[in-house]
Every structure is written in structure tokens, then in C-alpha cells.
Design a protein around this ligand. Sequence first.
Ligand SMILES: Nc1ncnc2c1ncn2[C@@H]1O[C@H](COP(=O)(O)OP(=O)(O)OP(=O)(O)O)[C@@H](O)[C@H]1O
Length: 250
Amino acid sequence: MSMVKSPTGVGTAARAVGATKRYGRADSAVRALDDVSVEFPSGVFTAIMGPSGSGKSTLLHCLAGLDTLTSGQVFIGDTDVSSLSDGDLTLLRRNRLGFIFQTYNLVPTLTAEENIVLPLRLGGRKADHEWLAQVVSAVGLADRLHHTPAELSGGQQQRVAAARALITRPEIVFADEPTGALDSRSSAELLRFLRHAVDAYGQTIVMVTHDAVAASYADRVLFLRDGQVVSEMTEPTADRILDAMKGLGE
Ligand SMILES: Nc1ncnc2c1ncn2[C@@H]1O[C@H](COP(=O)(O)OP(=O)(O)OP(=O)(O)O)[C@@H](O)[C@H]1O
């Protein structure tokens, strides 16, 4: 099988259909997601933006099987995530998805390389050395592989987390505020790596961010307000994103 997928992408990597998430009861209920139907095409880098409380994290978590919907469905490829048992959800997350969170969640006692290949070990799979070398080189970590997280900067730790998210060649990488704890230089390094993964390997990425500059690395930006997708922008620039956010009352 070729390692290079079409950068333009074909098909739908994930989608939500009438996705609704309510918290609390009747009169005090919050609709964190309100009947959201949206598709995430394969090989495309999508950013999700919106004011605080608009439902960004809820959408990401429900798509990734980390949280459950009140009604509606989410699909990863053709798999209806909402119908899976807990065990099958764990397998789906481990084998088909990659995650990058704001806090890097590295195992402190393992080296960078051991952290990167951990998802393979957990899945009982062997590291493909060529692929590992490619990911490590693209993320600029070749000289840090034998350091533990405490010996790495925040930016380096997040790049280890990003390499770990890609090592299984997941169908989708979900990133929740991945640059939230990074300075602008480290953010740019991480975002260039994510962009490269899309352009060179056809990786699909869905990223929640508050940062217009971060979102401008995406191919497409979805804007949420009050639990609904209210607009979408292609070929985004930071200035156009900021204007759109002002229109949403940010
Ligand atoms: N566990 C919960 N219990 C009750 N309400 C919740 C819970 N999680 C989220 N909410 C509410 O759901 C709505 C959407 O929250 P969510 O975290 O998805 O928004 P967000 O756009 O990611 O916000 P932020 O940008 O501040 O992270 C908010 O009104 C929030 O208060």
C-alpha cells in the first residue's frame, strides 16, 4: 500500500448528522450542540472556531467518541460511532484516530521515541521504522529521541505528541487547542508539521482553536455559535478569520 494518499482527498473521513448534546435538565438545559450536520472530507485540514461556550470541544469530543450525543449520529468513515460498545470505541480510538490535546499527556518515564511508538505497542503492532523516521524527521525531533519529556521544551513535547498522533497513520487526527500552551514560534513549528502531514501524506485533521493564526493553517474553518455551525470559510487568512469572529460577537 502506498504511504502517500491523495492530498486533495476523496470521501468523507467523519461526519455528524443532527448531532445534539444537551447538558442538564429541561428548564436549565444547555444545548452544547444543536442539530449539527457537518462533514469532514478526507485529506483536508479543518479548523473549528467560535466564541467561548459555542460547542467546539463538545463537537470534537463527540466526533472522536470521547463523549456521547443526546441525539443524532456521528460517523468515522462508515462506522456509526454512536452505536459502538465501550470496547469497540476504545479500539476505534486506538486504531483509527489520533489525538493532540492542549496538555501533551506524555508518559514522563518514557523517552520521546518510546512515547511516539506507544500507540503501536498498545495496539500490539510493530513500529514501521521507515515511517517512524519520516515522522520524526518531519517534526524536527531527530536529536531529541532519547530524552524524557522533562528534558524537552513545551514546544518539543507537543511535537512528540503530534508525532505520536500520526504514528498509527490514523484516518483522522483530532487536535483540541494544540497550540494553547505554546509560544508563537513553537506554535508555528507544530502547525507547519500538521500542514505538512496534510500536504505530504493526505492526513485528515480536525482542530479546535481560539487562535486565528493557528486556524489560518487549515484548508477550511467552521464557525460555531450557540451549538450550531453558522458559517464556513475556505482558504482562510488570519485577518479574514478575525473579521468573521467579530461578526460572531467575539
Ligand atoms: N460537562 C458539562 N456539564 C454542563 N455543561 C457543559 C459541560 N460541558 C460543556 N458544557 C456547556 O456546553 C456549552 C459548550 O461547551 P464547550 O466546552 O463545547 O464550548 P467551547 O466552544 O469548546 O468553549 P471554550 O472555547 O470556552 O473551550 C457551554 O455552554 C458549556 O458551559
